[in-house]
Design a protein around this ligand. Sequence first.
Ligand code: F6P
Length: 520
Amino acid sequence: MSVNYLNDVRAEDRTLRELFAIDPSRAQRYVAQLADLRIDWSRQPVTDEVLGSLRSAARTAGVCQRFQALAGGQALNVTEGRAALHMALRAERDATFEVDGRNVMAEVHAELTRMGEFAETVRANPEFTDIVNIGIGGSDLGPAMAAEALVGDALPRLRAHFVSNIDASDITSVLDKVQPKSTLFVIVSKTFGTLETLTNAQLARQWVIDALGESAVKDHFVAVSTAAERVEEFGISTDTTFGFWDWVGGRYSLWSAVGLSVMLLVGPERFAELLAGGRDVDAHMMETLVDDDRLDDNVAVTLALIGLLHRSVLNRPSKAVIPYVHELRRFPAYLQQLDMESNGKSVTSAGMPVTGPTGPVIWGEAGTNSQHAFFQLLHQGTDVIPVDLIGVARPRHNLVTQHDALFANLVAQAQALAFGRASHEEPHRNFDGNRPSTLILAEQLDARILGQLIALYEHIVFIQGVMWGINSFDQWGVELGKELASALTPALSDAGNDIDGDADSATVATVQWYRAHKAR
Ligand code: F6P
């Protein structure tokens, strides 16, 4: 049986309205500046006492020691026998990050230099107008999110497209918009064995060959992978293959060559700023998690513990993330993989059943759109759903009045959620309030601040995984579905192929329905 480190944590009985009445200074005290991020947890149901007990649980769980083990390249991903050293990807060249006693920094920077040289060549070649990134999961969500977030920094000539789905409508809709001679395909797959990516890559390859001939493949395809041999078999030369390492998890890989499409779009300098942003947050982690004494100052720990309070003490199963920055509209989707693939686990690292709930459902949508879709439930639904609200003081555009209105909405939602408004005569107009939110604000959204934001969430997810005793770096839960789908595919494509005799009756019936209706 694993230990539940949060057993002794008692939730706060008083409402947020009461807590602010007793101590208005919480608006200053429960705010921290982490690099360029202003993080405000004053509207969370915590007091010094609650935070004290959460932090002592973190000490008992050995958060500092586990962080040191992570940074030290220990194989924390026990089921795959791998380190999770994504911090090395954004570290300075003269830093030390070791895997199996070997400093990896020279390799990391050698690959960054190769990427940079390649990116400059493509950016200087006016024949290329479109980049098509083909990848899925971590090989798609990070780059797609970052390309959207940094679109204001993109070379005006270049457009980026992201193809991930096995649904051919995804790739065909992109191919309809681009021309073979002006398109560069970036095939991103850590394993180079992912069905969706290989299927789409083959289709794109044939599309290029049909238009330009076989010899054009070398000029229009590059790959990003840890599996160089498979890439070569596919027909992409090692000269245009960018590598990374098995100690980089897919959902932690944006900082590596997996970010190549982003680098092509915004250039190596901006990409370096993204890495610098990640490094800013890592520096805070290193400084404050050297030992237990400074743990109270660690902002990622505080936010992780507040998340644990909701999930493990108050049993709140979901969390919404709402960016009031249009360019961050893919951020919730990105976070879904980061958080749910990392912490959606029910066995501990030691292989024992967990003793309580683990990762919450993460969901969200940009800015005021979400208010007109699901905030009704956030304000008056029967579940309390903690919310992260992300905003900036200065948008990329200069329509200040409109931005004032946007920011007013962010603050108003935090206010309404926390403090509500009583209506005794008309119950349907009653807002109980006492609904928690964390505000993450920055002066603007740029590459460095985006890097800080991503790294902050990465560390929160890690700390929560430590407190739950789970391995945040594997993803076995996605395997069964893949296996069953590939076993079923022959029966769907050809009625002559019988479905596995052991298949359940529901599966058989669905396959039969498909077969009966698929013919046009
Ligand atoms: O199926 C889940 C997953 O393994 C993710 O963890 C990963 O990011 C994604 O598939 C893509 O994998 P690959 O980069 O190897 O194609």
